[in-house]
Write a protein that binds this ligand. Structure first.
Ligand code: ARG
Length: 725
């Protein structure tokens, strides 16, 4: 997902106020900002002192973790980690075959010994420290640096800070840009590398409703699952070993078995990936009128080709299950964006905001001097960037093939290894080698020759629609692509290459990690040859992209500085767009009106779940569950108001992709469920927050425990957690 900002002239009037952002419940706050929201948090219902939320190693923040792409939390002193089913999906998939399909059956380890290795690359990150390093990163950069020099200077400072931070074993550090690079923070995380799958309900619970119900309310999905974090005997992060022991976190969350009531305070601490709340109108228009519609077409074809060539029930389908879930998720997300934009007046309001900002500048000489030129310069740069977008999109398509990208990455590694570690491209330093290897190891459980071939043929045909001067000449030459694309000739070429390559073998791939540039140049593997032939040209393009990034790194912060000054003038607090760093958002349990005359209540129940059951995927609730519901066996999880067990609920928290798997906390920071989705109408909220429509969808702790106790007999886990009844 991507970008947005500015233009004309109107006085600061009622119109301006109407166009203003930030309403109640909006905001993804950095923990250190929370004390400044003391009154708001108290009014919303928080019982803790906001100061307590700023210490990342104390309760409750010490229990909150990242999985890299998803969020999670410790629920026991033995490193038990709760997250979404769709967050462990890749690991469930990795351990599944058509004959032993854990996606369908679910999985429960009754003892530590039965736990399964999560997919290679799975991690649990515990954020311990966040430090402002803005001065160190951009403090002495001259305003006259070229784009590429700025890019490299920032990258070098980042690398130096990371190296210093990672001098302590077991940590992974990064430097994240906030407000487009106006501020930089160094983030230090303990990196737990031995992660195991403990429990996942059957897919007919964990993904009940599938892609039909995805992004929808009312919802009845048991989107929860458990991992366990393991460390060496001395308590340090370590690669997988039989001798490793469960990690003992200093803090974990207690589980409140009652779930929530309407109006209750809720809070989410997690790792939202990316939002675009401060983009320019030039960016908004382009994103919704060009980018989403065009990219979505490509995604459609991507999905169709996989579905056609990996029929349901085949091993190939299991291999692409995770890829497909991701593609379907984004396809629907972008569909909603396009729909909401078409129906609404987002662009109009964005233009209004920009004119109010400009008007304000007109009334303040000093501010005008400070900000005016940078705003125009940013829009200029954005327009230049957009000229290349069709080319970028088709080159993206071209890069989808796993064999060619694996070969390119391996060759790049050989080239980078010729340099001292500190000078290598990020991703190719010693600190990256474990991940690099894990990527090579995931390959075979996520790849099928026939599907890959069909995808490559489609994507290269797309690429070949670019004008010859926009294409990669060395690629065309190597693949025998002339001025017109000959699909049959290309298919034959591909058959030969696939027949000859040895890169589909894991050991061969791993061996290439240690070969020299000469070895690559002398290789007769067709994909290695292709990588060598195209490298120089691709590398030149990469430098051009970095030049552009460096220009953005100069202009975007200036624009954000203008925004921040404007917000200050208006007396509004401002939060940075999401960037996969730890944020806190809060709100209340609340329904919404999706349409004139309709009110959606904030709860769903077991009976509602059963009413959706058709017996056919994705609405095939397990027989055991249906029987329990018909018998009204609610046990101690009964919700008196609902006269049932609450399954899912809605709240006003401000979340986006990456927040998935976050524990939902009540006013005392007890666990009351997991956030796993947003409602369809809220999706455009990544760009355009609307308090009337923006809701998070959560699975209730009550339903989780009910499933664990009555359906899956996960008594071992229930006993392990601290449960408040
Ligand atoms: N919409 C969810 C999110 O973005 C992902 C749900 C995955 N499930 C699915 N049916 N594809 O976090």
């Amino acid at each position: 997902m991507k970008k947005l900002l500015l233009s004309a002239a109107l006085p600061i009037t009622a119109l301006t106020i109407a166009a203003l952002p930030l309403t109640a419940d909006e905001g993804m706050w950095q923990p250190h900002q929370l004390p400044s929201l003391k009154t708001e948090l108290k009014n919303a219902g928080l019982k803790l002192n906001p100061e307590d939320l700023t210490d990342l190693t104390e309760f409750p923040m010490g229990a909150i973790v990242s999985l890299g792409g998803c969020s999670a939390a410790f629920l026991s002193p033995q490193g038990l980690v709760a997250t979404n089913h769709h967050c462990t999906y890749g690991s469930i998939q990795f351990n599944s075959t058509a004959e032993n399909n854990l996606i369908e059956k679910g999985f429960l380890a009754k003892s530590l010994q039965e736990e399964l290795k999560a997919a290679p690359g799975s991690r649990v990150y515990v954020t311990e420290q966040v430090t402002d390093v803005t001065d160190k990163v951009i403090g002495d950069l001259s305003a006259d640096l070229s784009g590429i020099d700025r890019y490299k200077a920032i990258e070098n400072s980042r690398k130096a800070l990371i190296a210093e931070c990672e001098a302590e074993d077991g940590y992974r550090c990064r430097v994240s840009a906030f407000h487009g690079g106006l501020e930089y923070f160094l983030i230090k995380q303990m990196e737990i590398k031995d992660v195991r799958l403990v429990y996942a309900p059957a897919g007919s619970i964990g993904k009940y409703g599938g892609d039909i119900d995805n992004w929808m309310w009312p919802r009845h999905t048991g989107d929860f699952s458990f991992y366990r974090a393991y460390v060496s005997k001395d308590g340090k992060p370590a690669d997988y070993s039989k001798d490793n022991v469960p990690y003992q976190p200093k803090h974990f969350l207690k589980v409140n078995a009652n779930g929530v009531e309407e109006g209750d305070f809720v809070m989410i601490a997690g790792y939202p990936g990316s939002t675009n709340r401060y983009r320019t109108s030039v960016e908004v228009k382009n994103q919704f009128e060009w980018y989403y519609p065009n990219f979505r077409k490509l995604v459609h074809s991507y999905i169709d080709i996989i579905e056609k060539n990996a029929p349901e029930g085949s091993d190939a389908r299991v291999k692409y299950a995770s890829t497909l879930a991701g593609l379907n998720n984004v396809e629907k997300n972008w569909g909603s964006m396009i729909e909401s934009y078409g129906k609404g007046d987002f662009l109009q309001r964005k233009l209004q905001l920009e004119s109010s900002l400009t008007n304000w500048l007109d009334t303040d000489k000093q501010m005008s001097k400070k900000h005016r030129s940078s705003i125009d310069a940013l829009n200029q740069l954005i327009l230049e960037d957009q000229k290349e977008q069709e080319k970028q999109m088709k080159l993206w398509a071209m890069g989808r093939d796993a064999l060619s990208s694996t070969a390119s990455n391996l060759y790049r590694l050989a080239l980078e290894k010729q340099k001292p570690d500190a000078e290598r491209e990020p991703g190719y330093q010693e600190r990256d080698m474990t991940r690099f290897k894990e990527g090579l190891k995931r390959f075979n459980r996520r790849w099928d020759e026939n599907v890959a071939k069909e995808l490559y043929k489609f994507f290269i045909a797309e690429y070949a629609t670019l004008a010859a001067e926009q294409r990669v000449k060395s690629f065309d030459t190597a693949m025998g692509i002339g001025s017109t694309f000959d699909a049959d000739k290309f298919a034959k070429k591909l058959d030969q290459m696939f027949a000859k390559t040895k890169l589909t073998d894991e050991k061969t791939r791993l061996d290439w990690m240690n070969k020299s540039v000469e070895d690559f140049k002398n290789s007769d593997d067709p994909f290695i040859q292709l990588a060598v032939a195209t490298h120089d040209e691709n590398f030149k393009r990469e430098l051009k992209d970095k030049q552009r990034s460096g220009q953005f790194q100069q202009l975007r912060p200036k624009y954000m500085a203008a925004m921040i000054d404007y917000y200050n003038f208006l007396g509004k607090p401002i939060y940075a767009d999401a960037n996969s760093t730890l944020r806190v958002t809060y709100g209340n349990v609340k329904g919404y009106s999706p349409q004139d005359g309709i009110y959606a209540t904030p709860f769903t129940s077991l009976e509602g779940l059963l009413a959706k059951h058709t017996g056919e995927d994705p609405f095939n609730s397990p027989e055991a569950q249906n029987r329990l519901i018909k018998a009204k066996k609610y046990g101690q999880y009964q919700d008196k108001n609902l006269d049932s067990v609450q399954v899912n609920y809605l709240t006003t928290v401000d979340i986006t992709g990456g927040n998935s798997g976050s524990s939902t906390l009540n006013d005392k920071a007890e666990f009351i469920g997991l956030v796993f989705d947003g409602n369809y109408e809220s999706i455009i909220g990544d760009w355009d927050y609307d308090p009337k429509l923006k809701r998070g969808i959560h699975v209730s702790s009550a339903y989780m425990l009910w499933v664990m106790e009555y359906i899956d007999n996960a008594h071992n886990l229930i006993e392990e957690m601290t449960i408040i009844r």
